[in-house]
Design a binder for this molecule. Structure first.
Ligand code: COA
Length: 186
């Protein structure tokens, strides 16, 4: 079952980073990440406006792990101990054996291979520990960094969903990507 993931110790050691559950103490670091309008540019959420909103976000991540609706890891940088991003799986469907992948990294760590390291580990983890069949991801058409990342991770671009969702007061095109168990990389 995909839900088996919630019974696993959710700490994954990588070379430069550690994936681990988000805690209330992460609110300051979450605020730095989620208040940056460049990080949030392609999200249908407004950047956080104050520290209270970061507290609520931390609590939402913690609650969603407890109620087994979402796995969102904090990406902890080993050299500094700082939380520099998050990643994980949501919209988990046991019936369809699939989940959606989400991720974001603080801006001053972009382009250093960090999210490739984090998501490779997360994908290995979920394909090893559960019977998931499909992971899907969505990227807005201009989000080249996200599309390059998905391509590098072995995802296949399944096409463009035209005027798929409202974002920043416009209906935008979104690309849909998937990785299947038969793709065999993880
Ligand atoms: C998308 C994001 C997570 C990428 O993280 P990252 O750690 O910088 O990515 P990596 O360094 O692992 O790069 C992965 C690949 O994408 C490429 N890439 C990264 N940023 C790029 C950019 N701005 N333009 C073109 N290519 C880019 C890298 O070159 C690399 O490919 P390569 O190894 O073949 O050279 C980061 O840009 C981010 O947090 N963006 C804002 C949040 C967001 O858009 N989340 C996704 C919503 S769908």
């Amino acid at each position: 079952m995909i839900n088996d993931i919630f019974d696993e110790p959710l700490v994954i050691e990588c070379d430069n980073i550690r994936l681990r559950p988000i805690m209330e103490e992460d609110a300051d670091d979450l605020y730095e990440i989620f208040s940056d309008d460049q990080v949030m540019k392609y999200y249908d959420l407004m950047p956080l406006k104050n520290r209270d909103e970061a507290d609520s976000l931390a609590r939402m991540f913690i609650r969603s792990l407890k109620d087994r609706s979402m796995v969102r890891w904090g990406i902890e940088e080993k050299s500094s101990g700082k939380l520099i991003g998050t990643c994980g799986f949501f919209c988990i469907s046991e019936l369809n054996k699939k989940a959606e992948l989400g991720y974001e990294l603080r801006r001053d760590r972009w382009g250093m291979g960090i999210m490739s390291e984090a998501l490779s580990a997360a994908m290995r983890f979920i394909f090893t520990k559960t019977d998931i069949n499909r992971v899907e991801a969505f990227a807005e058409v201009p989000n080249v960094a996200s599309m390059k990342l998905l391509d590098k991770l072995g995802f296949v671009n399944e096409g463009t969903l035209r005027q798929y969702e409202r974002c920043r007061n416009a209906l935008i095109d979104v690309t849909i990507w998937s990785y299947l168990r038969i793709d065999g990389k993880y």
